[in-house]
Design a protein around this ligand. Structure first.
Ligand code: G
Ligand code: MN
Length: 302
């Protein structure tokens, strides 16, 4: 992915209006059933003038541009994910989409109003999606985001703590943040490559105790960034509930995610063109320009 001209708030606003952003979906696979149990929505920007722009770059600009743009971008992400959920429901697919939220946005009560009104507009139940909040930022902003998180939780929205194990990693914060799911950070998962079958190394021991506590607390534990068979073997042995990562699938455009899900349901992916809106190009440019997956590191969405 390249980065030529200056990326600023104005350019991003224009890009939202010009439909240059799109969501890709990364499936999560259940380690008991082998089935896809959820997808994480990740935003991508295919700029008309600059090509594909790395998410970490535009997310950073959005985060530092003030609440107006943060809110506008979140609205675009939620709306796009909700439209996808509607499309999938029409096809008999009931897989929740997890959306990354910025802690800054969760400090705004308007965030709740928007979610409620969009659920109503698309006639969707709150359980159709989940939100992911980054562990480190959410803990420093805890008092400010607690109200929104608790209200979302009471509505039935699932809350996940993302990038777990990179900072405080205290399970005590989970209840304060109304989280019911933890996603163990990829950097931690990658260390499992060095794990030996005879004895656990420190990463294995830490994960073992986190999972033990998580199970007792009734939390779901997801492994992020699983890239090798060795990591998959270890997360299975450690008792993770689900995993996501390049080994299973990179983040992919909606129609590829749909094909994967339908295939798993033993249904032919032959009839979903009706669900396709004419404003979208089928083989989207972003697909043609999908980055080599290895260059797509740490580029979290908002
Ligand atoms: O912080 P968060 O978990 O939301 O980050 C998601 C980012 O991680 C996305 O940009 C996604 O493309 C990337 N990603 C997804 N799977 C893998 C993987 O297996 N390995 C690595 N290195 N990155 C991944
Ligand atoms: Mn995430």
């Amino acid at each position: 992915m390249k980065h030529i001209g200056a990326i600023n708030a104005e350019l991003i606003e224009e890009a939202i209006a010009n439909q240059e952003f799109l969501l890709h979906y990364q499936p999560q696979s259940c380690l008991y059933s082998g089935k896809i149990v959820g997808v994480e929505a990740l935003s991508r920007w295919n700029s008309k003038t600059q090509g594909a722009i790395e998410p970490s770059i535009f997310i950073n600009v959005i985060e530092n541009s003030g609440i107006e743009l943060i809110a506008k971008f979140h609205e675009w992400v939620i709306r796009t994910a909700f439209k996808q959920i509607v499309k999938w429901r029409e096809m008999g697919i009931y897989i929740p989409i997890d959306i990354n939220f910025s802690t800054r946005y969760l400090q705004e009560r308007e965030c709740l109003t928007l979610i409620k009104s969009l659920l109503q507009e698309y006639n969707l139940p709150p359980s159709c999606f989940g939100i992911e909040v980054t562990e480190s930022y959410s803990i420093t902003k805890m008092p400010d985001i607690q109200f929104v998180l608790q209200s979302l939780h009471e509505m039935g929205v699932k809350i996940a703590l993302d990038d777990f194990c990179t900072s405080y990693s205290s399970l005590d914060y989970l209840s304060e943040l109304s989280a019911t799911k933890i996603k163990i950070d990829k950097r931690f998962i990658h260390r499992l490559d060095a794990e030996s079958t005879q004895s656990r190394n420190s990463t294995g021991i830490i994960l073992e105790s986190i999972i033990d506590m998580a199970v007792k607390l009734g939390l779901e534990v997801v492994a992020e960034g699983v890239e090798t068979m060795k990591q998959l073997e270890q997360v299975t042995l450690l008792g993770f509930d689900a995993y996501q990562g390049y080994l299973f699938s990179p983040p992919i455009p909606w129609y590829l995610a749909t094909t994967m899900i339908l295939n798993e349901m033993n249904r032919k992916p032959n009839n979903f063109l009706n669900h396709y809106s004419s404003s979208e190009s089928f083989i989207s440019e972003s697909f043609l320009k999908l980055p080599a997956i290895t260059s797509d590191i740490c580029s979290a969405a908002a």
